[in-house]
Design a protein around this ligand. Structure first.
Ligand code: HEC
Length: 154
């Protein structure tokens, strides 16, 4: 990367890192970004590897918040496998949170350690841990023997 581009990237990252007085929430344009690798099996596989390397020490290999490094952290690392975090936020929110960390907690920013593609891949893997939304009772995918529409789309 050229020096100027590097400085610009740093300035942008610092802006996004929400300094004192700024909201610790993503701006609307980031929130609205779609995951370019949503549901992509290769990205999901890569995302899992990246998660094990970078996140599992705190969030645990199963993303349930019980990594070996979680001991003593207040607040404790979030459970990213259950219904409380991932299903409640759009992909852009998760992407932004991974890049910027979470103020007042041990959650570090990964804007420099991980590329955008790597962060999206982790989001893809986290989504893959959730039951498919179509599996609601009464829907086609919820019926025994039915093929989930998402899984058959490839
Ligand atoms: C040093 C320990 C640590 C590491 C490493 C870490 N996290 Fe976290 N993470 C935390 C803590 C602590 C929180 C705060 C939980 C809370 O606010 O209740 C958190 C929060 C989060 C949240 C937001 C949850 C919420 O509801 O606000 C997401 C998403 C997340 N982490 C994803 C990741 C991902 C993905 C990685 C790897 C790229 C990662 N974390 C690496 C400790 C860590």
């Amino acid at each position: 990367m050229k020096r100027g581009a590097r400085t610009l990237a740093l300035a942008l990252a610092l802006t996004f890192a929400a300094g004192p007085g700024q909201a610790d929430e993503p701006p609307a344009e980031v929130l609205a970004r779609a995951n370019p690798f949503a549901g992509d099996p290769d990205a999901i596989r890569r995302g899992k590897g990246l998660f094990l390397e970078n996140c599992a020490p705190c969030h645990g290999a199963a993303a349930d918040g019980r990594g070996p490094g979680a001991v003593g952290l207040r607040p404790p690392p979030a459970d990213l496998s259950g219904p409380d975090v991932v299903p409640r936020h759009p992909d852009g929110w998760l992407f932004w949170r991974i890049a910027n960390g979470k103020r007042g907690t041990a959650m570090p920013p990964f804007a420099f350690a991980l590329t955008e593609a790597e962060r999206w891949s982790i989001v893809s893997w986290l989504r893959s841990l959730q039951p498919p939304p179509a599996a609601a009772p009464g829907s086609a995918a919820g019926r025994p023997g039915a093929v989930a529409p998402l899984a058959s789309a490839h």
